[in-house]
Design a protein around this ligand. Structure first.
Ligand SMILES: *Cc1c(COP(=O)(O)O)cnc(C)c1O
Length: 447
């Protein structure tokens, strides 16, 4: 048995000095401008936690293990380490034995200068869009546990499934390659496109660059056969070829993947401990698409000292479906709690999954222009849109509250919307250079 002492990276909690730009989110709200307070930049303090023992027989051949050295910082990225849950989650069952370090944690938290908020409401952003692994967003948190399990099972390839622009599939394809595993993706597209080259837009470009094998299915086939049976078919085929496939369900949302956001709660707690003045989040707001993120966040927030109310905005199916789905994930961990008691789910689907109204896209553009933060059109954009609308409709419910919005990533999905975004974006012009302007020597002369 080896003893490990893991040096965790810095807990940064920067409260940005918000430049109060003129903020045009009039497509949703029409209230008075809210003065924005300046908050001093807080000190960055190192945080660490340690774990106990590891069985050397569980080491994988593809995985590099971190060499424990309490004096020097370890090369922790891409290492597998024994997992020890936060004390408040230690009664959950089963507890993963290992976790793979695939991302850059902790992701920053900073103040988000949204305008027109209800009186005294402050919104902060947790930048899980900056989690690393080629813009993997929230999915990499789940993959840290799922891929550790795949490696423990001796897998040589990963199978997963999702929509044609699935961020989860792209994150899985990239992470699998980092671990020297093959990746097989089943992607859902429209009937008219299912026999055609899917192209290289957004997530597809990255998936195809890293050499993921792509099987296309139509929406109709997906609805008729179901994601589990579809992955079973591919699994049987690969087993038959002598491969050792490991199947990750839609969105990585099973009970094991749920640990990703239980860990995120520990991360948030540690970041809060690192700030000088006491900061408490009353609410957490997040998008929901397959349910794993909200299950982890809500059970974590409930069990830990965070005790923030979790508000989910679902972008497909309906709230009823997700209360049930999250319940299954919680039951799978023997959490002994009802999903309805720890999370509130509202519908933000709009026209349908991965479909946008002009109003939603305009909102994404306005937020980008005003705050520099680019939301994705499928998840975080719809969740923020739902949150701001809810705040405008029921300001009393939000007054004086401190809200943490989790930016779950998805930037590459925006490339699938360039046509719809074209009329909404900034202008351009041919630069006007008068013939009489003399050239200055000493600067780059390309031709
Ligand atoms: C998958 C995804 C979500 C939703 O997370 P789930 O755990 O699937 O509910 C939110 N935002 C982005 C960008 C995603 O890719």
């Amino acid at each position: 048995m080896l003893c490990y002492n893991w040096n965790f990276s810095r807990g940064s909690f920067n409260i940005l000095n918000p430049a109060a730009a003129s903020f045009p989110i009039q497509s949703i709200i029409n209230s008075k401008k809210n003065p924005i307070k300046l908050i001093p930049k807080q000190e960055i303090i190192r945080s660490s936690y340690s774990s106990s023992t590891a069985n050397s027989s569980t080491r994988s051949k593809t995985a590099m293990e971190a060499v424990p050295n309490p004096q020097k910082p370890t090369f922790e990225f891409l290492t597998k380490k024994p997992y020890v849950p936060p004390s408040w989650a230690s009664h959950l069952n089963p507890i993963p034995s290992h976790v793979f370090s695939l991302s850059h944690f902790p992701t920053p938290i900073h103040k988000w200068n949204l305008p027109n908020l209800p009186k005294g409401t402050e919104v902060y952003l947790k930048r899980d869009d900056l989690s690393g692994m080629q813009l993997s967003g929230n999915k990499v948190r789940k993959l840290e546990f799922l891929l550790a399990d795949a490696v423990a099972h001796g897998a040589d390839c990963i199978i997963t499934i999702g929509g044609i622009q699935s961020n989860h599939c792209r994150a899985t394809a990239v992470a699998a390659k980092y671990l020297n595993l093959d990746c097989y993706l089943i992607l859902r597209t429209s009937k008219v496109l299912v026999d055609k080259d899917p192209g290289l837009t957004g997530n597809l470009l990255v998936e195809r660059l890293v050499g993921a094998h792509i099987d296309l299915v139509s929406k109709e086939e997906y609805a008729k056969v179901g994601s589990v049976a579809l992955t079973d078919v591919l699994k049987a085929k690969l087993l038959n070829e002598g491969r050792k496939p490991y199947v990750i369900p839609v969105g990585g949302s099973n009970s094991l993947g749920t640990w990703g956001y239980i860990e995120a709660v520990r991360e948030i707690e540690e970041q809060l401990q690192d700030v000088k003045d006491e900061v408490v989040f009353d609410d957490i707001v997040v998008a929901c698409g397959s349910g794993g993120t909200i299950a982890g966040l809500s059970v974590g927030s409930w069990l830990s000292d965070l005790k923030a109310k979790v508000h989910a905005y679902c972008v497909c199916d309906d709230p009823e479906y997700f209360y049930e789905y999250a319940q299954g994930l919680l039951d799978g961990l023997h959490a002994g709690v009802s999903s309805r008691d720890i999370v509130t789910i509202q519908n933000a689907k709009g026209l349908g999954y991965a479909m946008n109204t002009t109003e939603e896209l305009k909102f994404v553009q306005e937020i980008a222009e005003a705050s520099g933060v680019v939301l994705d059109p499928v998840y975080s954009g719809k969740a923020a849109f739902g949150m701001i609308r809810n705040m405008a409709e029921n300001p009393k419910n939000w007054e004086g509250r401190r809200v943490l919005f989790i930016h779950t990533g998805g930037l590459l999905g925006l490339f699938d919307k360039t046509q719809e975004l074209a009329p909404l974006v900034g202008n351009w012009r041919r630069m006007d250079i008068h013939e009489s302007i003399p050239r200055k020597e000493g600067t780059g002369k390309m031709f």
